[in-house]
Design a binder for this molecule. Structure first.
Ligand code: MRU
Length: 372
């Protein structure tokens, strides 16, 4: 079983003309890469979760901006800017909740607007490629730092610790290392035997990112790994086997409320009841200081078939029944022990803590408040 750290989730092709993505819909049974260079194919890859996880879709958004801009057949800068704006808006429409997608597109667009008067279109294309590469490189370092802070928490709990996680916020969800699974990778780098950790992965209905991706990552790293149906989390927590919970996030509001994969808020509520520390792992790009609270976060609603049919041999709900399928939920900041960023761990009151770390609102060209 290939250690997932050896797999690239998203990279630019050697000729710099397309994006190579690990197709995560096929994991863990098949490890296959796809190459995309058309706007519709990139949009589909993000929408269908071939590439998924907030930081990984951020990197994909940045490369999409560059690859599609690079194809534009114009030397007129005004025309180039107009077309890039359309690219940004189209790619951003693929998934609404994870802020990293719009964050990366906004960052690419800021570079364009700031430097358009001092560059030719050809020079600008090179500059955009460099920026997209920088976003990916930075993501690796950010994830490592989150892992280091998370590992310090594991060290305090000691070897033999039980860790619970929900969905997949591992190396597959980022450029490398992951956020919620990074502490375990860093523990191994620091000499811990993988068997010093027991990881409980919620399977994460309906798309099974926990069973298919987190369990694969942790098992391939040699860690003592368990998959549980989502409704078993309470049983495991009550058993006393869980010392800490690490989850990822798709968007954190200024007050510390955060959106993550559907089911996360239930895990947090149970953790509070049993007194288990509950940590959110968040690159600062996931913290959206333009939103005061989680009430402002738009929640992606997905197809009914993901609940009624997918993974089953035959349909498992009556025809015509109503279906609820939000992809994310918002967890109240009062349930959060701490938010682990690459700059340190934020504690309540979160807004002040973020501001002290220098995390501030960023300029938005897409995903503006009025678009929500
Ligand atoms: O729908 P997904 O698979 O993209 O959802 C992923 C999650 O909810 C992750 O926890 C989150 O994006 C953080 S990934 C570091």
């Amino acid at each position: 079983m290939e250690n997932a750290l050896n797999l690239d989730t998203v990279v630019l092709s050697e000729d710099k003309k397309s994006i190579i993505l690990l197709d995560q819909t096929l994991l863990p049974n098949e490890c296959k890469y796809i190459t995309v260079d058309k706007a519709e194919d990139i949009w589909e890859a993000i929408y269908s979760l071939r590439v998924r996880g907030a930081p990984a879709i951020g990197c994909t958004g940045a490369y999409a901006y560059y690859v599609l801009a690079d194809k534009l057949d114009t030397t007129d800068m005004d025309e180039f800017v107009k077309e890039c704006t359309k690219i940004m808006e189209y790619i951003n429409s693929s998934r609404p909740t994870a802020v990293n997608l719009s964050w990366a597109l906004n960052r690419m667009h800021s570079v364009l607007l700031a430097e358009k008067d001092s560059k030719t279109v050809a020079e600008m294309k090179v500059r955009l490629m460099e920026e997209a590469d920088a976003i990916r490189e930075e993501d690796i370092q950010i994830s490592r730092n989150i892992g280091k802070y998370g590992f310090e928490l594991l060290e305090k709990l000691g070897k033999g610790v039980g860790i619970m996680t929900h969905c997949n916020a591992g190396t597959l969800a980022t450029a490398k290392y992951g956020t919620a699974l990074a502490p375990m990778y860093i523990a191994i780098e620091n000499g811990w035997d993988p068997k010093d950790m027991h990881v409980y992965c919620d399977e994460t209905r309906p798309l099974l990112q926990g069973a298919r991706l987190s369990a694969y990552e942790m098992q391939a790293a040699g860690i003592d790994t368990y998959v549980q149906c989502d409704n078993m989390a309470s049983y495991t927590m009550k058993s006393g086997k869980v010392g800490i919970i690490f989850v990822g996030c798709d968007r954190v509001a200024a007050n510390g409320d955060f959106a993550n994969k559907i089911g996360t808020s239930g895990v947090a509520i149970i953790a509070k009841y049993y007194g288990i520390p509950f940590y959110v792992c968040a690159p600062s790009s996931t913290i959206d200081m333009t939103m005061e609270s989680g009430d402002e976060i738009r929640i992606e609603q997905r197809k009914a078939e993901e609940v009624t049919e997918m993974w089953y041999k035959e349909r498992m709900a009556p025809e015509g029944v109503g279906v609820v399928n939000p992809a994310f939920d918002v967890t109240d900041h009062e349930l959060v022990t701490g938010i682990i960023t690459e700059k340190g761990i934020a504690y309540a009151p979160f807004k002040e803590s973020f501001e002290k770390m220098g995390i501030l609102p960023v300029e938005k060209f897409v995903d503006k408040k009025e678009d929500q």
